[in-house]
Design a protein around this ligand. Structure first.
Ligand code: NAP
Length: 246
């Protein structure tokens, strides 16, 4: 039987675990970093916490007799993806990458691509009221600007609450376009700041920003790992089924 480790932290990872978990050809272990207090987890075996870098992950793969592993982490979770590629090369245990397709601008979009969170925080004009959706861990450079009024949406509250006039809105995806539009209108949002995460669960904000013709600061992704890649959960299931027949 194939023993699959799924590196998770995304909705796609959870869906993949649910599908493989109900297939008798696979035994699945699902892994999370342990960042959120009440994570949504699939049925079956779950482990939580870092491995201790690429070497720790390589040791884990060998000691748990993992036959294949899937990097289904968020496209901006760069450290774990690098560890996965390094551990796969060191152990010879194949790693597959489940990559969400990037969002692309459409007609009427007013996107400005930025290379980093810091750059996005720097170029917001004084007096602006941005909706910032980059997550709790990277919000600090925005809260440090006291000449703008940030509305920061995140799943869990930041460790230190921001000083006024900044505000935190706690919410978990998926989001609907009509709710995003209402939020942007009632909060008088002038800019949207987001990472190019891709996927459907959080793309409604882009649609709302397009409707309102709001400028979007879009943070570009780090380079993708050089691994066999699937762009949907279904395509990943196919890849794993083919691999298990070899
Ligand atoms: P990161 O910088 O790549 O990872 C930091 C460390 O956390 C890694 O070096 C690893 O520790 C541990 N880690 C990360 N994912 C893990 C997993 N699935 N299982 C076990 N250990 C893991 O990642 P991050 O940006 O902090 O994100 C942490 C988690 O949140 C990821 O699983 C990611 O999928 C999810 N997430 C991230 C974002 C984002 O914008 N970055 C958004 C949504 C969800 P060791 O080195 O000790 O092994």
């Amino acid at each position: 039987m194939a023993k699959i480790l799924i590196l998770g932290g995304t909705m796609e990872a959870r869906r993949l675990a649910d599908i493989l978990g109900s297939d008798r050809r696979f035994k699945v272990v699902f892994s999370l970093a342990g960042r959120t207090a009440n994570p949504l987890i699939p049925a079956g075996e779950v482990r939580i916490g870092g491995f201790g870098g690429a070497d720790g992950l390589a040791d884990y793969l060998e000691s748990e007799k993992i036959t294949t592993f899937v990097d289904a982490t968020h496209p901006f979770a760069n450290r774990i993806s690098q560890s996965a590629a390094t551990a796969s090369a060191a152990t010879g245990i194949p790693c597959l990458w489940l990559e969400r397709k990037e969002w692309r601008p459409l007609k009427d979009d007013r996107w400005q691509m930025v290379e980093s969170i810091e750059q996005a925080a720097e170029i917001l004009p004084a007096g602006s009221r941005p909706l910032v959706t980059v997550g709790r861990q990277e919000i600090a450079p925005f809260f440090a600007r006291l000449d703008i009024k940030v509305l920061a949406r995140m799943i869990e509250a930041p460790e230190t609450p921001p000083l006024a006039p900044h505000k935190v809105l706690r919410n978990r995806p998926p989001f609907r376009p009509e709710d995003e539009l209402l939020l942007m209108r009632t909060e008088h949002i002038t800019h949207l700041v987001t990472k190019n995460s891709g996927g459907k669960a959080t793309s409604a904000k882009l649609q709302a920003a397009r409707t309102l013709r709001l400028p979007v600061l879009m943070v570009s992704r780090p380079p993708a790992p050089d691994l066999p890649t699937a762009h949907s959960v279904e395509a990943m299931v196919d890849m794993l089924c083919k691999n298990s027949r070899k």
